[in-house]
Design a protein around this ligand. Structure first.
Ligand code: SAM
Length: 244
């Protein structure tokens, strides 16, 4: 979770009413929960929530972080496939992963699974020398995740759809790259939300809902990728657009 701040008083970060609403009500963060505060000029701080403000814990060295924040919404795949999604996408630089329950998702995972995914993310972040560990949110209904992201005007939103004649993600990112990649971290920061579907694919209703919330449908190529492969490919393409 990355929040761009406008006011800082010594170690205290003042949050706007919109930011308080987003952190406390939409994401349901609690005292002590961590988020990243940035000033848009290259400084990133690890911060934790204290009442309705943020308290700075440390200044982050961000050499391994992408100059863009990426939230990945993944319809939960069967079995332990989500472990691989969390591990690989953390290595690739994801900021936040939202496990979503879609119309064709059969499972509702146990709290132990969430703990496991958070552990996997922490381990992968450590091995990749990331400046911070991505946030893994509690599983939510796809409609809830879509509506929460629609509240943030800064997000550029994409939904991967295997059917239909949609533009390739790489093409879409190339058109954007001047906008999302600054010469210095913090400059022209962008925020991307990208969603990938379950084994059975998204329903028409879900695609319509996402389009209404300003998600642009994109293709990842002519071949149908497994539900576990698609988010990793999407992340790889975004990383390449940012770093190449
Ligand atoms: N039979 C399903 C369908 O036709 O939608 C296939 C679903 S696929 C196994 C799982 C998810 O991965 C899809 O919902 C989509 O989000 C993503 N995906 C897989 N291949 C894709 C592609 N070539 N382009 C875009 N998204 C893809």
């Amino acid at each position: 979770i990355t929040i761009q701040i406008s006011q800082i008083q010594e170690t205290k970060i003042l949050l706007t009413p919109q930011q308080q609403h987003y952190l406390l009500r939409v994401l349901r963060l609690q005292d002590g929960d961590k988020f990243i505060a940035m000033d848009g000029m290259g400084k990133w701080w690890l911060t934790h929530l204290k009442g309705e403000t943020g308290e700075i814990l440390e200044l982050l060295e961000v050499k391994t972080e992408l100059p863009v924040s990426i939230t990945l919404m993944v319809a939960l795949p069967k079995g332990n496939g989500f472990d691989d999604v969390v591990r690989c996408c953390t290595e690739l630089g994801v900021t936040c992963i939202v496990p979503v329950l879609s119309d064709r998702t059969l499972i509702n995972p146990s709290p132990q699974k969430l703990e496991r995914w958070r552990r996997i993310a922490a381990e992968a972040a450590e091995q990749s020398e990331r400046a911070f560990v991505p946030t893994i949110l509690e599983p939510v209904a796809f409609s809830t995740a879509v509506n929460a992201s629609a509240a943030n005007q800064r997000y550029k939103r994409y939904i991967c759809e295997a059917r239909g004649n949609y533009p390739h993600l790489t093409k879409v990112l190339n058109n954007l790259s001047g906008e999302i990649v600054g010469e210095n971290i913090g400059e022209n920061i962008g925020e991307i939300v990208i969603a990938t579907g379950p084994e059975g694919g998204w329903t028409d209703k879900e695609i319509e809902m996402a389009i209404k919330a300003k998600f642009q449908p994109v293709s990842l190529g002519c071949r149908i990728l497994r539900a576990v492969t698609a988010p990793i490919v999407a992340l790889s393409l975004i990383t390449a657009a940012c770093e190449a």
